[in-house]
Design a binder for this molecule. Structure first.
Ligand code: ASP
Length: 322
């Protein structure tokens, strides 16, 4: 009986190890919970493309959209915990959504953190038809309207929605949110003049700002974005209370073997250390995470501290789910 038990145990232990040793033996899917062509999609594709060099397998991006990204995250929570299904997310999906929705999963206990990814200041933008030319003029214009201006978001609880709420609170204005499945389609509508303003990720809007298709008023980081140095910070533009940087990260389902998490973590770090990748990301206004914050534990601790910071604010705002 004892030998049989020992044999069974060895099978389980070594069987499991062999499985992790071979990882990855087929393509990995990163689930991006927002529309293709948006800022999350762009970052996941740039990093995934380089991660395949380290991992030796293709990285596929699947856009599973809706409900502020919470549907895509749920897809990963319920996937097999074998490292082949990875959740890309950010402050919206892996923090704010827990306070905005009654999620059928727990953002902390049902997922395993992998690595913190670059962060992005937000940018306040409008259609060119808006008469304001500076942030104070925009705020005055927003205040003096009979109806709130329409503001595109990637859905309730998304980064652009949280940023919009932050803008409302600090500027004393009111916005009418228009939810999309990501800020890529929202930006298309902004360029076309279907909506009026957006507090977007810089990575998304920057190309249209540079092309003169929309107008930028300020970025919400503590310094100007290198690739668009003419845009002032909110500090410089007269709204110093509005500071926000949208960080991103990768997670896998709870129960994923530790050595698989380690391999995914190392591949993402390799990608972020690659000078070509950095150039592409920095050109989008993205900032690399601090090098001492790149362990899975550091992301877990950061996510928990962000939950402690944001949930009371979001719950106090009593969001209406549009
Ligand atoms: N990151 C989202 C996207 O890629 C947008 C958001 O959270 O506002 O569309």
């Amino acid at each position: 009986m004892r030998t049989l038990l020992a044999a069974l145990l060895a099978l389980i232990v070594f069987g499991g190890r062999a499985h992790a040793d071979q990882f990855p033996s087929h393509p990995i899917t990163i689930v991006v919970p927002f529309a293709a062509g948006g800022p999350s999609d762009a970052m996941a594709r740039i990093l995934g493309d380089r991660m395949k060099t380290t991992l030796g397998q293709a990285i596929l991006i699947e856009n599973v959209t809706g409900a502020g990204g919470s549907i895509g995250v749920g897809r990963v929570v319920h996937a097999t915990p074998d490292g082949y299904t990875v959740s890309f997310g950010h402050l919206g999906t892996h923090v704010a959504n827990g306070a905005v929705y009654k999620l059928p999963y727990d953002l902390v206990t049902d997922l395993e953190p992998v690595v913190l990814l670059p962060s992005n200041p937000m940018i306040i933008v409008s259609t060119n038809a808006v008469p304001a030319k500076s942030l104070p003029e925009l705020i005055a214009w927003l205040k003096n309207r009979p109806q709130p201006a329409t503001a595109g978001t990637a859905g309730a609880g998304s980064g652009s929605h949280i940023a919009g709420l932050y803008f409302e609170n600090t500027a004393g204005i009111k916005l009418q949110y228009v939810p999309y499945r990501g800020t890529a389609p929202a930006l298309n509508d902004l360029v076309a003049g279907q909506i009026e303003v957006m507090v977007d990720q810089t990575a998304n809007s920057i190309t249209q700002v540079r092309a003169g298709a929309i107008r930028a008023y300020a970025v919400t980081g503590d310094k100007r974005v290198e690739s668009a140095p003419e845009i002032p910070t909110t500090d410089e533009a007269g709204l110093p209370a509005f500071h926000m940087t949208l960080w991103s990260g990768l997670w896998v389902p709870k129960g994923t073997p530790q050595d698989i998490v380690t391999k995914l973590n190392a591949a993402a770090i390799d990608a972020m250390n690659d000078s070509e990748v950095r150039k592409k990301l920095e050109n989008l206004g993205l900032q690399m995470p601090p090098t001492d914050q790149l362990t899975p534990d550091a992301l877990g601790a950061w996510q928990r501290s962000e939950i402690a910071k944001w949930w009371p604010m979001i719950k106090a705002a009593d969001l209406k789910l549009e």
